[in-house]
Design a protein. Structure first.
Length: 92
């Protein structure tokens, strides 16, 4: 067993260290800016502008959907309206 342990230790010493750090302690190239600064800063690339445009469209769709949903909840439509003459159907 001691020989096996010694062989394993020798193999570990012979192997080069891994290139990537796997412990998650990777230094950032630049310090990260606060979230509000990132949100208020306009994009710098064409792809960034496209992503921002798509995000604005999605936010507008979400707002319109929530507005319509709130209106439907507040004033629900009367789907089963009775006819004014007291008839139950349009046919006579």
């Amino acid at each position: 067993q001691q020989q096996q342990q010694q062989e394993q230790q020798q193999e570990q010493q012979q192997q080069p260290p891994p290139r990537r750090r796997r412990d998650g302690q990777r230094g950032q190239r630049r310090p990260q800016q606060p979230v509000f600064v990132q949100l208020l800063k306009p994009p710098t690339t064409g792809r960034g502008w496209v992503v921002m445009l798509i995000n604005v469209i999605l936010v507008m769709l979400l707002i319109s959907f929530l507005t319509v949903l709130a209106d439907i909840i507040k004033n629900p439509p009367k789907l089963l309206d009775t006819l004014p003459d007291g008839k139950t159907s349009k046919e006579e």
